[in-house]
Design a protein around this ligand. Structure first.
Ligand code: KG4
Ligand code: ZN
Length: 339
């Protein structure tokens, strides 16, 4: 069975084809980074307009790469939320129209469920149940995952998401959008000194599993203001900020695994592309003699492959979208029904 997946919730148009037996057959991504970089962040109206331009050529490309015809498809999955409404509507309208024309189901997919299941695209997929750490631009959550669709939120950020903290810190250091990967590159410069600053590890001594990154951002702001040579200091600031985030995630994951008595950790979302964070969580799971799973880096950030995979799971479980085009800019992950 073949599912086409379409992702258009923010600033990447992603399209992919997933086969339930052979796995991922083709995928393509178009990033809007150059469009939004000049404004320092995503401009929703420009995002929607660019998705309109890209979605059909990307569908043509993946169909050609996989050597398939549209009539071979069994369902079309699309990101129905959360995200920017004008951006979501493009993928939803395209998927709904295509499904109607082909007389096959359209399957609405929750963007964060897509992220969470992305490590299942790899050759060594995690098995259920597990604890998931979701770290993206808009969300930071620890989730107990009993099965696909069964998501119990154990803790989440009370203020900035981890990705947002990366992006805002990057901006303070004068780095262009998108900040996360640029900050990582700066932190990896040879002169970055990990002992130069000690930034707070917010809420790691609290018994709950919530996160807070606003105080860390303030600590970075103070370091920036105190610096008399920011050009020389900024690599060390980036390095110490990254270490503080990695350490915070390490301690919170440890608590979540202890609390749930589990020893399998799945890490997903854009920030899980960060090498320092991957290393910290890999070492946590090695110490615990447990297992950790990540998606390959290009599937950590937004992509169509994760939507095609999540859509396939929902399609096989008998889920079918209605003929209406519904998108949900806000949509709690915990409201999903187990498959
Ligand atoms: O999951 P994602 O692509 O989009 C959302 O659903 O939000 O995550 C994007 C976020 C951005 O904040 C970006 O700066 C961050 O992930 N990010 C990174 C890295 N790559 C992307 N943060 C730290 N290190 C990276 N290498
Ligand atoms: Zn995302």
């Amino acid at each position: 069975m073949l599912v086409l997946g379409i992702e258009s919730s923010c600033d990447e148009t992603g399209v992919a084809i997933y086969d339930d037996e052979r796995g991922l057959l083709a995928h393509a991504i178009h990033t809007q980074i150059p469009i939004h970089a000049q404004y320092g962040g995503v401009v929703p109206e420009l995002a929607g307009r660019d998705h309109i331009k890209r979605v059909v050529p990307l569908i043509r490309k993946v169909m050609q790469d996989a050597q398939l015809k549209l009539t071979d498809l069994n369902a079309v999955a699309y990101t129905a939320g959360p995200g920017l409404i004008g951006a979501l509507l493009v993928g939803a309208m395209e998927a709904r129209a295509l499904a109607f024309a082909l007389n096959i189901p359209a399957i609405p997919v929750h963007h964060m469920e897509g992220h969470l299941l992305a490590p299942m695209l790899e050759s060594n997929p995690p098995s259920f149940p597990f604890v998931a750490l979701l770290v993206s631009g808009g969300h930071t959550m620890l989730i107990k995952v009993a099965a696909p669709g069964s998501y119990e939120i154990l803790g989440e950020s009370v203020d900035d998401a981890a990705g947002e903290a990366f992006d805002k810190t990057a901006k303070l250091l004068g780095l262009p959008y998108p900040g996360g990967p640029k900050l990582e590159a700066l932190a990896n410069e040879p002169h970055a000194d990990s002992a130069a600053y000690h930034f707070p590890r917010p809420m790691i001594d609290r018994p709950n599993l919530d996160f807070s990154f606003a105080g860390l951002k303030t600590a970075v702001l103070n370091a920036v203001h105190k610096s008399t040579d920011l050009e020389a200091d900024k690599a060390s600031i980036a390095r110490c900020f990254e270490d503080a985030v990695a350490d915070t995630l390490y301690h919170k994951c440890q608590k979540a695994l202890d609390k749930t008595k589990m020893n399998t950790l799945v890490v997903a979302g854009g920030v899980s592309a960060n090498s320092a964070i991957r290393e910290a969580l890999t070492s946590l799971m090695a110490q615990r003699k447990g297992q950790v799973f990540f998606a390959r880096k290009e599937f950590c950030t937004d992509n169509g492959a994760m939507i095609a995979l999540a859509g396939m799971l929902r399609f096989k479980a008998g889920e079918r979208g209605s003929l209406e085009v519904n998108v949900f800019p806000r949509w709690p992950l915990s409201s999903l029904k187990p498959l």
